[in-house]
Write a protein that binds this ligand. Structure first.
Ligand code: CAA
Length: 319
């Protein structure tokens, strides 16, 4: 199955940077376009990528030429750098640039908010070629819903049931990577109701080329991964909230008693972020209307306080 020649990664946070890195270094995609609406996020992310590449070289995992070539294949796209033909107040200039550069696959890795992702899918569908794969790295949001947004991007004259609408929705798929992307071995692939077989196979081939094992999940809230992981984390926070055990004892129990690489509170803090934990848990709760998924009150309060984990300097632990 053909791999993309020009991949666009939307969002230069931890996940977007990790995906761009494995796509360039492992899958050797010839061009990887990296877009974020905040240029400082791209600068920060690429600095982190340089550190990861330098570490790989120093450990002999990658040679210097391969690392340099991988880095050279990544091109930053910012709203202000986008296409000279773009006027200053054209908020979609970046997406047109991705299209003009021939992007044949996009992976969206923006914040875990439905409205943000829907906006991106509308824009991508409008600006990328009509056979580009439109993938989301969402942790929990419905791929079927994002496919609907993509069709809306084609304009009000194209209905979801029309041939053009179905063909557009057929190109949308979930490719769910795990943090840290270069280290975690899985990519969960999620077809929406409308995803075509060809798109599904292209998504799997991409994930395998990035060095990942693939598991497939139906498009249910949280998919397999977060339908299992997030209630576990939420329960851990409820244990803390109810005083069942201290933070350290909760994490120690799972680390030493069950052999987890890190405790659930540490995992939420360091590799997921408490805002994302809350967003996923809310998607599970709202998507199923099942009270067993009720988000912990403490989790909501911590997000209100801006205590989001390592990225904000404080979560359950101080950083
Ligand atoms: N980025 C890239 N690489 C990283 C990293 C990061 N943020 N943190 C650690 N690593 C690398 C290290 O550099 C090291 O690589 P080398 O072997 O090349 O030296 C390797 O990971 C192991 O690191 P350490 O020896 O320092 O530490 P460790 O043995 O404690 O392992 C870990 C680190 C692999 C991350 C381990 O703690 C772990 O598996 N934690 C659980 C992570 C997890 O569950 N992630 C999934 C979260 S859920 C999600 O992402 C999706 C969602 O939908 C919520």
């Amino acid at each position: 199955m053909a791999l993309p020649r020009v991949l666009s990664v939307i969002g230069a946070g931890q996940m977007g940077i990790g995906i761009a890195l494995v796509a360039s270094l492992r899958a050797k995609i010839p061009t990887v376009l990296l877009y974020d609406r905040d240029p400082s996020q791209i600068t920060k992310g690429l600095e982190f990528m340089d550190k990861l590449l330098a570490k790989d070289v120093s450990k002999g995992k990658t040679n210097e030429d391969d690392a340099k070539a991988a880095r050279g294949r990544i091109i930053s796209i910012t709203s202000s750098s986008a296409s000279s033909s773009t006027s200053n107040n054209d908020e979609f200039g970046w997406a047109r640039e991705l299209g003009e550069r021939g992007s044949d696959m996009a992976v969206e890795a923006a914040s875990e908010r439905l409205s943000i992702k829907e906006g991106i899918f509308r824009t991508l569908a409008k600006n990328l070629s009509r056979d580009a794969v439109l993938a989301s790295n969402t942790s929990s949001i419905s791929i079927t819903k994002l496919a609907g947004a993509a069709v809306e991007g084609l304009g009000s004259t194209i209905s979801k049931a029309s041939e053009e609408g179905k063909s557009c929705a057929g190109r949308v798929v979930g490719v769910h990577f795990f943090n840290p992307v270069p280290v975690m071995k899985l990519c969960e692939v999620i077809p929406g109701l409308q995803t075509s077989e060809v798109t599904l196979e292209r998504a799997k081939a991409f994930a395998v080329a990035c060095g990942k094992e693939v598991s497939t999940s139906k498009d249910v809230p949280g998919f397999v991964s977060n339908a299992l992981l997030m209630p576990f984390l939420n329960e851990a926070i409820m244990c803390l909230e109810s005083g069942t055990a201290t933070r350290d004892d909760i994490d120690k129990t799972l680390r030493l008693g069950m052999g987890h690489p890190m405790g659930p509170l540490q995992l939420g803090d360091i590799f997921i972020g408490l805002d994302t934990c809350l967003a996923i848990q809310e998607t599970l709760y709202e998507g199923t209307r099942d009270s067993k998924y009720r988000p912990s009150v403490l989790l909501g309060r911590m997000v209100d306080a801006g205590w989001l984990g390592k990225k904000s300097g404080k979560g359950f632990y101080e950083y």
